[in-house]
Design a protein around this ligand. Sequence first.
Ligand code: ATP
Ligand code: MG
Ligand code: MG
Length: 406
Amino acid sequence: RASMQAAAPLPQGQGGPPVHGVSNTVVGVLGGGQLGKMLCQAASQMGIKIVILDPLQDCPASSVCHEHVVGSFNDGDTVREFAKRCGVLTVEIEHVDAVTLEKLEKQGVDCEPKASTIMIIQDKYRQKNHFSKFGIPLPDFMEVDTLHSIEEAGERFGYPLMVKSKRLAYDGRGNAVAQNKEELSSVVASLGGFERGLYVERWAPFIKELSVIVARSRDGSTVCYPVVETIHEDNICHVVEAPADVSDKIKKSATGVAEKAIKSLEGAGVFAVELFLTENDQILLNEVAPRPHNSGHQTIESCYTSQYEQHLRAILGIPLGDPSMKTPAAIMYNILGVDEGEAGFLLAHQLIGRALNIPGASVHWYAKPEMRKQRKMGHITIVGPSKMSVKSRLDKLLQSDTYDPK
Ligand code: ATP
Ligand code: MG
Ligand code: MG
């Protein structure tokens, strides 16, 4: 009885019907990809209604949301209409119409995180400027808009030189590396030219990539998930290991940088902070995602409160949950599209078949209507008693000769 009384009260219905269960507030989500889908799965468990806005009729979230509005999250009128059905608006992708969100906020619509945050993050150059002002450690960066300015940047930062589009980047699409001065013009062309809006970063000589998910509630309090290691190939995330195999000192500094970065942004929700760890134990921030993230998929099976449930708790004003791990170790493997058409689906199907025979493995298949090379189609999380055991189970899974199709 005492512990029941100690609990913080749940939010009350504001002039509407009394609150039953967890919350009556309808959550509107811009985007219906895999992150939206897993958000809906967490919402369903708690009886929370999610309405999705996504242009694709059969987007991953469409099969599990309460309602799916087919339309563009980039179109002002569509977003404005959509907002009318929701008690709170959030995003599963940052490439949305943030100008409209800002206008809606002024008219009293509750957006979490805030439009200002989406606006800063959706432009990577603006994001870098923002964090630099707040004293967050970053690789050096510089805007480039002519061949002359990018050559100057090459002289200043040396090679390899990382060239990035400011906007609409994901899964490394929007990044290109120049190995020397001669490659600059073709690299710029491969990114769509200077008109697209480009900037460059000094090459970060990292030994590991780390990620920290930070959740912030409406009252401003934050909790951090354990630091994980992300392993990328060709700029795209392949594997996540939780917890990261780094010293406590590095965990502390990574978490410190992540928390400081998030405190410079406005609004509630979960945020992922992608970090580089350099040889001399320096932490540099790569980028922030203002939403649940690929580096937090494994929290579904490995943490007391998944990043998806946590995001809902944060934006709805429900007390934040425990982010700590309930299994000693977890490893997440992204199932990337290998081939267009049936052959690709068959390969993925075989991999999933093998995963179903691995102890501690959970399969997530996003049910995207089409497979494309390097597209995130699903993922597999393996939890277990130690880092060694989950790694060896993943190795076994990736050896195709263990597949037994009976
Ligand atoms: P995401 O899918 O995470 O949104 P993205 O398209 O926004 O990816 P980035 O996060 O900018 O791309 O970069 C993708 C990967 O490229 C990083 O995880 C890292 O492996 C590599 N990378 C990015 N910036 C640098 C840099 N300055 N130096 C070295 N490697 C880098
Ligand atoms: Mg990104
Ligand atoms: Mg990234």
